[in-house]
Design a binder for this molecule. Structure first.
Ligand code: WTA
Length: 632
């Protein structure tokens, strides 16, 4: 079975013994959760400092309330409480897109967050107001998020690459009267004028939006009277402190929109107590973050992954968090590994699609750096095939790091499915069992369990602290009947390990069989010389499937390769598993959060309009793919 690339079918891999001995969470944790039931989540709450202790772990008062009656402030948990022990330890390291760098100790970050909170308060920001940010990965983004949390205001982080329309829609829908943006920033070496886009968005909303501008370029971008300079505002509040506002555990901490590869983005609101406890606990138990660690979540802070595992979890745990601006292949394809080496990164977390991109670029990039500081590797965002999983473990993790493939969603707040790295065996290509305290099942559309080993929708059958406010409301009063059915297709094996097959909307039918895209794509990727693949259905091409394929560096996508892929897929999945077309492309279109835009690939295959591509990290790739499709 060793070389089998079928998801979840690889050999079991035991956690490395060197890791197990010093893991935050050790054997027995699953049993403890099973014995204690919902009370076991007190462990998560115990990682935080509470202004008022909670009364019950979980109360059902028509809506679910985690840590009911408890009061706390998220920013105080991420900063103030660490000052006594580690004020001179680094809280935040930053590397900008042009090689500039900054370091903030806990004391520095505490100071700037207080000044920013004082400035925002002066502008009129109060508890429960929504402050929108429109910034790239710069320290001021983290500062603003925490300044909002300090005031009990909600942040609404909008991805910097989004269009004016997307920003306007988010300002409007949250009735947000405050915007923190910047003059501009560098994207792939070019200066982008962010302020003009932000102003266009402001003009498109009916209400007034007080606007603060961070000087990122400082190259004479014109500021009008209704722009306030971030630096000037903070200068007016140097050394000021703002008392953190104690919030109810169930009070909102922030709003965020789902990344939306399919359909309309929807708004999700997370709580202060349940969310923070959940991300701190999973940061501790799944990502194994220690206060002495440098943790790097190589994502955009605008994505929920950035909120949970770049900002809140590592800072709540008192670790050093690394933030980088720019792209993993700029200025060169070893950028990330240079960062790992320079900052002695301990725990590294990235998108599954990024892992496949690293594999495509080649093993020489990680090999050219000293990655010996790495202790744990994680990923999130899409199903991963065993070959890429093993590549990550071998070439980035030197076979010494556990690999956690974590499944979760914007709505879940934090990780729900993953191995516990110091406890559970890993199965390459399978995310693993639900985390302790959480139960999942594969169910049919009606929510009834499917037979063991059959594909179904992944459902979460127990509540968890990081659940969004609307899920908590929905689950209230439903008792044990409640379950959360996702549109992710998955198989749960006899050990409770979950293998994801892709999203329901992405299901592809070939030869009368409906496949999850992950099953087809893993079979394609298993072919020697293939690095990445996306398979979509094409109605134009007689309801057949089209495979978009990226080859490994130095391998060419030619007729022979096409034949090998077709043969291999037929051998693996049956002779009727034939594609209508195999299209070679240098890259696949991905969202900023690293998800393949299969919907867009389907539209290209069908020659349909695909609309706005500003949600893409690599919009240039769309034209390249169209050219290939048209030529073919
Ligand atoms: C997908 C990201 C397979 C899934 C934190 C989910 C995954 C959606 C995995 C949520 C994984 C996330 N294996 N699929 N390990 N992790 N997904 O809201 O389809 O941006 O529903 O949150 O990503 O994406 P979102």
């Amino acid at each position: 079975m060793g070389t089998d690339n079928e998801p979840g079918r690889g050999d079991r891999v035991a956690p490395p013994s060197g890791f197990v001995g010093s893991a935050n969470v050790t054997a027995g944790i699953r049993e403890e959760f099973a014995e204690e039931g919902v009370e076991a989540w007190a462990r998560a709450a115990d990682l935080l400092d509470w202004d008022r202790e909670y009364e019950t772990v979980l109360r059902d008062d028509g809506g679910l309330e985690w840590f009911a009656d408890g009061r706390l402030n998220a920013a105080a948990n991420c900063l103030d409480r660490h000052l006594e022990e580690r004020k001179n330890r680094v809280a935040l390291r930053w590397e900008g897109a042009t090689g500039d760098a900054r370091t903030y100790t806990y004391l520095d970050l505490h100071r700037e967050v207080n000044e920013a909170a004082a400035a925002l308060r002066d502008l009129g920001v109060e508890a429960d107001d929504v402050v929108t940010t429109y910034l790239p990965n710069v320290p001021e983004l983290v500062v603003t998020m925490l300044a909002c949390a300090r005031l009990g205001a909600l942040h609404n982080v909008v991805f910097a690459g989004f269009s004016a329309d997307e920003l306007a829609a988010r300002l409007r829908r949250t009735e947000s009267g405050y915007l923190v943006t910047c003059d501009g920033y560098y994207r792939r070496g070019n200066a982008v004028n962010q302020l003009t886009t932000a102003d266009n968005a402001r003009m498109a909303v009916d209400h007034a939006v007080e606007t603060v501008v961070v000087g990122r370029l400082d190259d004479g971008v014109y500021l009008s009277d209704d722009h306030r300079r971030y630096e000037d505002l903070l200068d007016g509040h140097r050394g000021e402190t703002v008392a953190p506002v104690a919030r109810d555990a169930t009070d909102p901490l922030f709003v965020i929109y789902t990344s939306g590869t399919t359909g309309e983005p929807s708004r999700v609101t997370h709580t202060t107590g349940g969310y923070l406890a959940h991300v701190a606990w999973t940061g501790h138990s799944v990502l194994d973050i220690k206060p002495t660690d440098t943790h790097w979540c190589a994502a955009d802070a605008a994505w929920i992954t950035g909120h949970s595992y770049m900002v809140y979890a590592p800072l709540a745990l008192g670790a050093t968090t690394l933030l980088y601006e720019g792209a993993p292949d700029q200025p060169a394809k070893d950028r990330l590994w240079g960062l790992v080496e320079r900052h002695r990164v301990d725990t590294f977390y990235t998108a599954s699609t990024a892992v496949r991109a690293f594999m495509k670029w080649g093993e020489e990039y990680p090999a050219s750096h000293d990655l010996s500081s790495l202790r744990l590797l994680g990923m999130v965002g899409e199903p991963i095939d065993p070959r890429a999983w093993n590549w990550y473990r071998d070439h980035v993790g030197r076979r010494e790091c556990p690999v956690v493939d974590t499944w979760w969603q914007t709505e879940t707040g934090g990780v729900l499915v993953s191995t516990v790295p110091g406890v559970d065996d890993m199965k390459p290509g399978s995310a693993g069992p639900a985390v302790p305290g959480v139960d999942v099942a594969a169910v049919d559309r009606e929510g009834d369990p499917v037979a063991e080993g059959d594909p179904g929708h992944l459902a979460v059958t127990t509540p968890w602290p990081g659940m969004s406010r609307s899920l908590a409301r929905e689950a209230g009063g439903a008792g044990d009947d409640w379950l959360y059915v996702t549109s992710d297709r998955a198989v749960v094996d006899g050990d409770g390990y979950v293998t994801f097959l892709g999203r329901e909307d992405d299901t592809v039918t070939v030869g009368n069989t409906a496949f999850g895209p992950a099953t087809l794509e893993s079979a394609v990727i298993e072919t020697d010389g293939v690095a990445e693949a996306a398979v979509v259905e094409s109605s134009e091409r007689g309801g057949t499937a089209v495979a978009y394929v990226c080859t490994e560096r130095g391998r060419s996508g030619d007729a022979a390769m096409r034949e090998r892929i077709a043969d291999h897929v037929a051998e693996r999945l049956g002779p009727t598993a034939r594609f209508g077309a195999i299209v070679f492309t240098p890259d696949l279109p991905k969202t900023h959060s690293g998800k393949i835009m299969r919907r867009l690939l389907g539209a290209i295959a069908d020659g349909e309009e695909y609309g706005d591509t500003s949600a893409l990290r690599n919009p240039e790739t769309v034209g390249e793919i169209e050219t290939v499709v048209d030529d073919g």
